[in-house]
Design a protein around this ligand. Sequence first.
Ligand code: PFF
Length: 456
Amino acid sequence: MYTLKDNNVQRSQWGSKIGFILAAGGSAVGLGNIWRFPYLAGENGGGAFVLIYLITVAIIGFTLMLAEFTIGRYSQSNAVGAFKNIDKRFGFIGFIGVIVAFLIMGFYMIVGGWSLAYIFKAITGTISTTDPNFLSSSFNELVVNDFQPIFWGGIYIILNIFIVSSGINKGIEKASKILMPALFVIMIILTFKSLSLEGAMEGVKFFIKPNFSEITPKVVLNAAGQAFFSLSLGMTCMVTYGSYLNKSENLVKNAMIVPLLDTLVAIMAGFVILPAVFAFGFTPEEGPSLAFVTIPAVFTTMGTNLGTIFSTLFFILLTIAAITSSISLLEIPVAYLIEQRKWTRRKAVIITSIIVFVMCIFSSLSKGSLSHVMIGGKSIFDLYGFLTSNILQPFGGLMVCLFLGWILGKKKALNEATNEGTVKFRLANLWIFLLKYIIPVLIFLIFLSGLGVFNI
Ligand code: PFF
């Protein structure tokens, strides 16, 4: 279905309800849940991190998600246009979103490439072992290599180009519809397998039992940042996706389902990976390699053949989960370039991807030949991640809250969110109150805490 906008650019819309949930859920569920969440939990004290993460998701998950959907559908425009159409002075919020999308893609595509490379490692049986030393060194060999991750990252980017150039319905929606449910099923199998390992309970305890003395400002900042990252919030991704929603869609319901789905997958990933860490003798602080070293070990316990099949299937699905997220990242600048700059979709996708590829070369090399280059004590790879999830996304989230609460205003916002009052939304007043006052203050406090203001 198509609508014609004032600027004469034909905009597509999601073809079905389930298509949108799977696409927005596909954006949220990705490497952030399966690769990033468990290793950040491992590095930040386990249960303490998970607790702050869940609190942040509970507060911002629904409220901010609904705010972004509302702004997107109200303005029916891309990241920048969405804000600009409502108030000319605020296009910059969307512009920050476009920059953040580039920065995230600058490392996300490389991790997607690692995942692709692991499909082949799994097929050939080179990682069917439970030996932690072997698995760790096999991962390290890949990521410090100057050529391989860039090669795989390049292939991964090409896959993204294909999907995003096909546009919203044919590309993004169709891909998500098939891929997301498959991922879900394999995660359930993995969770059971991992929990039945000998010694698994120690990992479960580490993951769910918060040690309150571990809640430091750094843990708070990392956990809150991860919540923004995992939910794809604070960078107008959900504004862009919301802009393709038709006017009869129930935004309130969608804004509840997507964070729930996302959190479920993150928690499942924690239950897969952390028990395996303890069962096989890895260390929780292992870092970005954690998922890549523990998961093959879990599969190996199923026996060589079954292990190889499942492990291959898993990395295929991880790659797919990554793709349904990275296509949403790519769509942010692409929609902006098509609508604001009047580029063709093809040109926008290709030029954006070339810039992303160059950024990826640097982030990948920062694990190898450029590992001596440190900016503010961080490698380029870590810097992209830190700047986006811990600083720019919460800042974007703060702007979205204030924009909806104070600029778009209660009346218009509620009108849009409830389809002119036809959708029941009992917490409407609370939603506006949280957006106008509470969440901005909380985000501000998180920043102060991140800057070390509360360090004693
Ligand atoms: N939410 C994705 C993940 O958890 O992997 C990452 C992401 C996608 C972040 C899209 C931001 C975004 F706009």
